[in-house]
Structure formats: structure tokens, C-alpha cells
Design a protein around this ligand. Structure first.
Ligand code: IFM
Length: 446
């Protein structure tokens, strides 16, 4: 592996609902994911995040694993319903206590904490009041950001507002595959604007509370046409706009891309008010890039979403069936630089990883060579982007332990550490040792 720049941040990333469990402890309220998981038939095999990887009780063991791994930064998410159970009003001190204990343990282990404020666990009372379809949720988010930073910004410098707002809009409100399970198709578009407004308002609240650096994380995917027909090329452009530009242009250049392909006229989205884009485009200090795979598209005529995804033949697949295409990560990082030029802040790969069908062998070990290949290829791809002049400052592997993978329940294992969900026993996989050795070598060289 070539050397990364000195000071490059080596990390792992997790999210509250996927690992914590303890959903009814210490005053935590319900989130939309608690409610969604209770609905029959929506999550594979009826799994829920009620226990997950029991990180709420095993956080000290997990921090010890991170210290052993040698990471320099840990991206986790703060559970909004733990900190502010009703989504408004005073903080739940016990919720903040948990993240304070975690933060202090990380700092004591020499690991920089990098919290994300919203990784999809909207307090249920806010959804009952309209969720991200309601403009008021943006202000509620900023108030919650102020509570979290009010307790922690004296120890945490770098904050992330939202994780993958595209997925919230697309999977949660347009298609109904994720919580809150609404299938509104294009009626979901206001959730994009309200999340972005929440990002802008929260950015101001974080800075007022003393946060030094603020970022937003989106998931990006190079969009490839299935053919060179005009229809497929247009469909690909529409998809690219929706996934890669709608949640980035307003933040970096203060305007929405052309949404004509989605029936939005020149006047733009109805929900945008004067001054919103100035709030949304307040300067940020970094852009989080989550990358898993490219997307290949063909036209889907007479549909509100005018594209359909096509398989990408010729590449290995993860256990989830996702094509493994490291070069597309280089393409994505260099495209962002091409698109935004000087307006692009430093980039951090805030998620990258894969689900593998690993199993515990008779001797108690877990070998996952597919994950090692995946990580090796994608880290080389990040390095290629740096060589090409893109300012990438860190890499957060997804994820530390096997966890609750949303609609797939516990069926997709993304961890460097195997979790036995019956006993909560953790077994570092061979990829853990590989990543540990890589980080040690890079840190020694840097
Ligand atoms: O597990 C998810 C995570 O919550 C958001 N990004 C993609 C991961 C893998 O699907």
C-alpha cells in the first residue's frame, strides 16, 4: 500500500441505532426506526435494533477494540431520541451522559471522536408532527444540535450534521423501504430541502456552541448509463442529479441543480423560502463521502422517477450483491473536485466497506479475505485520487462490529469484528488484523 499523507485520519464508522440496543433505557424515546421495525413484514425476518450489538452496555469493550485497531478517529452517531426523547425541549441528561462517557474514553485512548448528529433515528413525536416533510423539523434539529454540542463541544472539534440525506428522502419518504415507510415518490422532495435547512441551522448552532469544524456526509455513486441511447443518458443524468447533486450543490454553491426531470419548474421547489439557501450554504470545513458502488441506469418512461437500476456485470459481488468497483471511488472523488473546484472543502471518506458471508471456523477464527481485498482496492483508489490532486483527509471503514443493517436486519455482516448476536461475543476477523497492520505501518511512516 502506498503511503498516505501525514496526519491522514484512519478510522471506523458506526451509527447509534445499528449498534447500541438498549432502546428503552435511561429515558430514551422511540425513534421512527423503533416504530418501523415493529411493523410486520418490513424488516427481513422481523429483526429489530432493540439489542443490536449491545454497544450501549459494551462501549468500553468496543473502545478497547478500537484502541487495539490503532485508529486515530472514530465516527459514531448520537441518538437524537436518547438526548431529546420527544424531539423538542430539554435534554435527557442520561442520554448526554452516555455520549460523554464514550467521548472521554475515546480521548483517553488517543482516538478523535467524530459524532454525526443524525443517522436516521428521528424521534417519533417529530414524525407524528410531519417528520422531514415539515419545515419545523429543521429548527428542532438545530435545537438538538445545540444541546449535544453544549455538552460536548469543549472536547469534540469536528462534527457531522446529517448522514446520507439522500437515503432518508429516497428510501424513507419516496419508496417507503426505510423508516418512516412513506411511499410518496416525488412528494418526498420537500424532505430534501428540510434536511438541508436543518444542516444549515445546525451548522450555526454548532459553531455558536464552540464546534471548530462542521461537515455533512452524503453517499455518492458514479452514475453510468446502461447504453449510449439518448434516453438512457438522460435517465442517468436525472439519477446523478438526485443522488449526487441535490444534497451537495445547495451546500457548496448555494443553489439547487435543475430539477426539470422531476417535474419541478424554473421557480424551483415550492418549499424553499427567501434566505434558506444562504443558511444552507454557510461555509463548511469538510465534506463526508460515503461510497459503496457505482450505479448503472436505463430509462424508465412514464414514471415519476424516470430511471431504473441495471446490474453491473463483470465485477465481483459482496454478500449484499453489490459490485466491487474500486476505480469508481477514484472517479467519484475526482468528479467532486471537477464539479465544485475551489468550492470543494477537504474530503473525508466517511464510510466504505462491504458485507461478506464470513463464518466462525471450527478453531474460533473468522477469515474474511473478500473484505481485505475490498478494503485494499478501495484504499488504493483513495490514494489514486490524492495523487490526482484531490484533498482527501481521512478514511472511515464501515464498520467496527457486525450490526443491524436496516431492512436486511442482521443478515448483512459489515464488521471488522464478528458479533455473535446470541451471546454478544466479539471475534476480530482477519480483516481487523489486516487493517490494524496497515494503520500501524502508515502511522509509523507518517
Ligand atoms: O449500514 C449502512 C449505513 O447506515 C449507511 N451507509 C451504508 C451502510 C451500508 O448499507
Amino acid at each position: 500500500m502506498p503511503s498516505f499523507p501525514a496526519g491522514f485520519r484512519w478510522g471506523v464508522a458506526t451509527a447509534a441505532y445499528q449498534i447500541e440496543g438498549a432502546v428503552a433505557e435511561d429515558g430514551r424515546g422511540d425513534s421512527i426506526w423503533d416504530t418501523f421495525c415493529r411493523q410486520p413484514g418490513v424488516i427481513r425476518d422481523g429483526h429489530t435494533g432493540d439489542v443490536a450489538a449491545d454497544h450501549y452496555h459494551r462501549w468500553a469493550q468496543d473502545v478497547a477494540l478500537m484502541a487495539d485497531l490503532g485508529i486515530t478517529a472514530y465516527r459514531f452517531s448520537i441518538g437524537w431520541p436518547r438526548v431529546q426523547p420527544g424531539g423538542a425541549g430539554a435534554a435527557n441528561p442520561a442520554g448526554l451522559d452516555f455520549y460523554e462517557r464514550l467521548t472521554d474514553a475515546l480521548l483517553a485512548a488517543g482516538i478523535t471522536p467524530v459524532p454525526t448528529l443524525y443517522h436516521w433515528d428521528l424521534p417519533q413525536p417529530l414524525e407524528d408532527a410531519g417528520g422531514w416533510l415539515s419545515r419545523d423539523t429543521a429548527q428542532r434539529f438545530a435545537d438538538y444540535a445545540a444541546l449535544a454540542a453544549g455538552r460536548l463541544a469543549d472536547r469534540i472539534g469536528l462534527w457531522i450534521t446529517l448522514n446520507e440525506p439522500y437515503v432518508v428522502t429516497a428510501m424513507g419518504y419516496a419508496l417507503g423501504i426505510h423508516a418512516p415507510g412513506k411511499a410518496l415518490m416525488l412528494g418526498a422532495l420537500p424532505t430534501a430541502h428540510h434536511q438541508l435547512l436543518g444542516h444549515g441551522l445546525a451548522t450555526a448552532a454548532l459553531r455558536a456552541a464552540g464546534a471548530r469544524e462542521v461537515m455533512i456526509t452524503n453517499n455518492y455513486s458514479p452514475a453510468w448509463p446502461a447504453s449510449d441511447s439518448a434516453a438512457d443518458v438522460a435517465a442517468t443524468r436525472a439519477y446523478d442529479t438526485l443522488q449526487n447533486r441535490v444534497f451537495t450543490d445547495p451546500v457548496l454553491v448555494g443553489r439547487y441543480p435543475d430539477l426539470g426531470a422531476f417535474g419541478v419548474g424554473e421557480g424551483g421547489l415550492d418549499c424553499v423560502r427567501d434566505g434558506d439557501l444562504a443558511v444552507i450554504s454557510a461555509p463548511i470545513d469538510g465534506l463526508g463521502v460515503n461510497y459503496y458502488m457505482p450505479t448503472r441506469l436505463s430509462a424508465l418512461p412514464d414514471s415519476p422517477l424516470p430511471f431504473q437500476m441495471q446490474p453491473i456485470p463483470g465485477y465481483p459481488l459482496t454478500a449484499f450483491g453489490w459490485p466491487v468497483v474500486p476505480a469508481a471511488l477514484t472517479e467519484m472523488l475526482t468528479s467532486l473536485k471537477q464539479w465544485y473546484g475551489e468550492a470543494l472543502p477537504p474530503l473525508y471518506v466517511t464510510e466504505n466497506g462491504c458485507s461478506q458471508p464470513d463464518e466462525v471456523a471450527a478453531d474460533g477464527t473468522v477469515d474474511d479475505p473478500g473484505r481485505i481485498d475490498y478494503l485494499d482496492g478501495h484504499l488504493r483508489a483513495v490514494h489514486d485520487a490524492i495523487e490526482a490532486g484531490v484533498d482527501v483527509r481521512g478514511y472511515f471503514e464501515w464498520t467496527l462490529t457486525d450490526n443491524f443493517e436496516w431492512s436486511e436486519g442482521y443478515h448483512q455482516r459489515f464488521g471488522l469484528v464478528h458479533t455473535d448476536f446470541e451471546t454478544q461475543r466479539r471475534i476480530p476477523k482477519s480483516s481487523f488484523a489486516w487493517y490494524r497492520d496497515l494503520i500501524a505501518a502508515q502511522r509509523a511512516a507518517g
